[in-house]
Design a protein around this ligand. Structure first.
Ligand code: B16
Ligand code: MG
Length: 223
């Protein structure tokens, strides 16, 4: 991809990209893990980022070497979500990560479609708290997909909605699984967050502050 005209769609992951809710998912899963007699470390938690609630619990059960009945599984999923919802109760527009609003506007002013591609079933709730519901052309969330990242379904739905080819699409992601999903779909990708937590062969922005379309084109040059 060489020029800005060839980017037609940008897809933003939500948790860890638009706002720092990833730390609340971690806190909630840590407490559930403790109940299961398992210590969830920060590095193990990296493997849960971008993964659906159900799949995350299945992974924790494997690590904890535990198995649960259907009822006990449902109970823990519900408990995790209630803990998480409590933690994000006071989320507000000030919690949008630095530079995100400006960058999203900058893309839209340049005629680029801007969507959300999140595994979360709480995405709409979070966007409402952040007062960002009207900022995106489409929100694809965990209610709309059958398959969890690294399956690319959550990103492909945005391409289909606006009839944009994957090669004209850029994904912003904070997780290994999400970057894998973008790559499987043959989309361009920029990592967001701490480079130490992401693949070495991806350009990572620690924040959106002062970023422009030109920076994005530079970042995806070799992806
Ligand atoms: P929920 P993203 C993902 O959101 C999170 O990274 C992941 O930790 C979480 O388990 C998943 O959403 C499901 O979230 O329990 O709210 O439905 O990063 O894809 O925006
Ligand atoms: Mg994320």
């Amino acid at each position: 991809m060489r020029n800005k005209e060839s980017v037609q769609l940008c897809i933003f992951d939500l948790d860890g990209v638009i706002t720092d809710t990833a730390k609340y998912h971690y806190a909630a899963w840590r407490s559930i893990s403790k109940e299961l007699g398992y210590e969830l470390t920060e590095s193990a938690n990296e493997k849960l980022k971008g993964v659906s609630r159900y799949q995350s619990l299945q992974q924790i059960l494997i690590w904890a070497e535990r198995s649960l009945s259907k009822e006990a599984t449902e109970h823990l999923l519900d408990k995790k979500n209630k803990t998480y919802l409590n933690l994000i109760e006071s989320l507000c527009p000030q919690d949008v990560l630095p530079g995100v609003k400006f960058f999203v506007e900058h893309l839209k002013e340049n005629g680029i479609f801007v969507t959300i591609g999140s595994a979360s079933k709480n995405a709409n709730n979070i966007l409402e708290k952040l007062n960002m519901m009207d900022d995106f052309d489409l929100v694809v969330d965990g209610h709309m997909v059958k398959h969890s990242k690294p399956n690319p379904e959550v990103f492909l739905l945005s391409c289909q909605a606006f009839d944009v080819a994957a090669r004209h699409t850029v994904v912003f992601e904070d997780s290994y699984k999400g970057i894998g999903a973008a790559r499987t779909a043959k989309m361009h990708v920029i990592g967001i967050g701490n480079p130490a937590n992401l693949p070495e062969d991806v350009v990572v922005w620690e924040s959106f502050e002062a970023k422009t379309i030109d920076d994005m084109i530079e970042g995806i040059k070799y992806s």
